[in-house]
Design a protein around this ligand. Structure first.
Ligand code: NAD
Ligand code: MG
Length: 359
């Protein structure tokens, strides 16, 4: 097992990463009271809920709530279901909520914990690659509103994160690839050596080999934690984590949420950011080839959907959160392993990038 400490002053917490951790009761040392509510969904519950419950032993009042599966249920109605259960079972302010599932369950459980009786503890047990390397680190929690994704939320840090790589064996192929898009992102924006390592180990990651998985998840969490520690509430450097995301969000919105997985859209979006970085003369043609190769090796799309025009992109990107005073800012690469957020690119060059996929 590997342990990584997320350094946020008095809100610091450990991330445990290893094979079979679900059964080891690691979270018990971080549970302050006698009450626990496990929040999970209909897909994950039959796979892992009993094991997690058993690992808590006899010391706690353990209650559970099983929500429907899907991004479309990441809303205030489900948050209320969690509150109903907490009140029904008379949970007090020393309760701990445990999120067992992917990013949807993690975000909702964290938000419910941030609100219940003005804030109670929570623990993350992320079960997708995406949630293990991304959403469980950094303390962003929340739900969607009919008028926008993740529009209602709070910053709330967990007491600990327990990452069991074994649970990834039941994850669908596409979800695995989507999570690897974020792993590759960390290499591209922050760590050229990690990118080399990923090139050598992508086959092992595709095969879900525990040792390679643990290594990739550890370094990914470490990079995210380092970035978040420098900028907990996203006023600057944290925006670098959005490489490929402005293009990617446009793809997701255009295709209709759920058609392209987030990570798939980020894969194609990353190639667009890479393309623009090369047009600016910051990275070489060889760098572009490397980026494409590694995304393809992870079984990710590298071109935007062919039903999308440059105009579709411009319209959809104009509403991005990184637009400040009407100026579109993008995360681009200075070199492989180093990113910047910039509005300093000629509009004509961006149009060339958008048009390159638009044939
Ligand atoms: P998800 O939670 O919807 O999980 C994907 C699918 O895999 C679901 O059907 C789920 O039931 C299933 N699943 C989960 N674990 C499984 C397992 N071990 N075996 C088999 N099936 C399993 O999606 P996700 O990609 O994990 O997370 C996406 C969400 O994360 C989005 O809502 C996004 O907004 C959020 N997110 C949050 C942050 C953050 O900083 N808080 C960062 C990135 C993404
Ligand atoms: Mg993302």
């Amino acid at each position: 097992m590997k342990t990584l400490n997320v350094d946020l002053g008095e809100r610091s917490y450990p991330i445990y990463i290893g094979e079979g951790l679900l059964d080891q009761g690691l979270m018990c040392q971080h549970i302050r009271g006698k009450q626990v509510l496990i929040v999970t969904n209909e897909t994950v519950a039959p796979l892992y809920l009993a094991r997690l419950q058993a690992s808590l032993g006899e010391h706690y009042q353990v209650d559970t709530v099983v929500l429907p599966d899907g991004e479309q249920y990441k809303d205030l109605t489900q948050i209320n279901t969690i509150f109903d259960r907490l009140l029904e079972c008379r949970h007090n302010r020393t309760t701990t909520l445990v999120a067992l599932g992917g990013g949807v369950i993690g975000d909702m459980t964290g938000f419910a914990a941030a609100c219940y009786q003005r804030g109670v503890d929570f623990v993350q047990v992320p079960t997708t690659v995406l949630s293990q390397v991304d959403s469980s680190v950094g303390g962003k929690t929340g739900v969607n509103h009919p008028q926008g994704k993740n529009m209602i939320g709070a910053f709330h840090q967990p007491q600990c994160v327990v990452i069991d790589t074994q649970v990834l064996n039941t994850l669908p192929e596409r979800e695995l690839a989507a999570g690897l898009a974020e792993v590759i992102k960390y290499g591209l924006i922050y760590d050229a050596e990690f990118l080399d390592w990923l090139e050598e180990n992508m086959d092992a990651l595709n095969a879900r080999e525990p040792e390679a998985m643990i290594q990739a998840i550890y370094r990914s969490c470490e990079v995210k934690a380092e970035v978040v520690a420098q900028d907990e509430k996203e006023s600057g450097i944290r925006a670098l984590l959005n490489l490929g995301h402005t293009f990617g969000h446009a793809i997701e919105a255009h295709q209709g949420y759920g058609q392209w997985l987030h990570g798939e859209a980020v894969g194609a979006g990353t190639m667009m950011a890479v393309d623009l970085s090369q047009r600016l003369g910051w990275i070489s043609a060889d760098d572009v080839v490397r980026a494409r190769k590694i995304l393809l090796a992870a079984k990710l799309p590298v071109i935007a959907p062919d039903n999308m025009t440059a105009n579709d992109f411009m319209d959809l990107m104009a509403v991005d959160k990184k637009v400040i005073d009407g100026q579109l800012r993008l995360v681009l690469l200075k070199q492989l392993g180093e990113a910047v957020v910039t509005a300093d690119f000629p509009a004509a060059m961006l149009e060339q990038t958008l048009a390159a996929g638009d044939q």
